[in-house]
Design a binder for this molecule. Structure first.
Ligand code: ATP
Ligand code: MG
Length: 173
């Protein structure tokens, strides 16, 4: 292993296309405004599928080569808001987790475990983070479907102004 391997903060995510990004913005605008705090910039909206953390460049290369995925495109039906008192996060959650997404997450970790990555034990809870340092909001509905056609490996780059996400690879489903 390289002595001073550069580390990269990586995660697998579903990134919205332009249309879905606009839909999320439009349908959640009032709730996000009401919650206050720091709204997630539109370009950062995503659903994390597998978080890898800070890994060295060599391990990142290995991960990029071949996630063995055998899932076709699917829809995610939204949704409901969820506010964490502890983390002061505002999430948007699907009404139910599509089976394809559960399978996708399992297949990813199966491949990742061959590279020595270990999945945290807590259940997978897909969501879109909408705001940080947010206040609770009354329950309200937000109804739209997100057509998922691809999965991306994304680098999280920390800037003084906040994190920026850079897709490194995208696989069509
Ligand atoms: P910041 O941490 O700078 O406030 P961020 O949380 O958006 O910004 P990252 O911490 O790099 O950026 O996280 C990237 C994505 O991975 C986010 O969706 C985040 O919720 C998720 N994530 C971060 N840590 C974990 C973890 N330990 N387990 C699962 N998902 C995680
Ligand atoms: Mg974080």
């Amino acid at each position: 292993m390289q002595k001073h391997a550069k580390s990269r903060r990586l995660f697998f995510a579903i990134m919205p296309n332009t249309e879905t990004r606009s839909t999320i913005q439009r349908t959640t605008r009032d709730a996000v405004k009401q919650a206050g705090g720091r709204p997630v910039p539109p370009r950062n909206l995503h659903i994390t599928v597998a978080f890898l953390g800070n890994i060295d460049a060599g391990a990142a290369q290995a991960v990029m080569r071949n996630p063995a995925l055998d899932v076709s495109g699917f829809f995610v039906e939204f949704g409901r808001y969820w506010h964490s008192k502890r983390n002061r996060m505002l999430w948007l959650e699907p009404l139910t987790v599509p089976q394809e997404l559960q399978i996708l997450e399992k297949q990813l970790w199966l491949g990742l475990s061959e590279h020595g990555f270990v999945r945290e034990e807590r259940p997978y809870r897909p969501h879109v983070t909408l705001a940080r340092n947010a206040n609770p909001i009354p329950t309200s509905e937000v109804t739209f479907r997100w057509k998922v056609r691809s999965l991306s490996l994304v680098e999280s780059i920390t800037h003084a102004s906040g994190s920026r996400y850079e897709p490194l690879h995208t696989w069509q489903l």
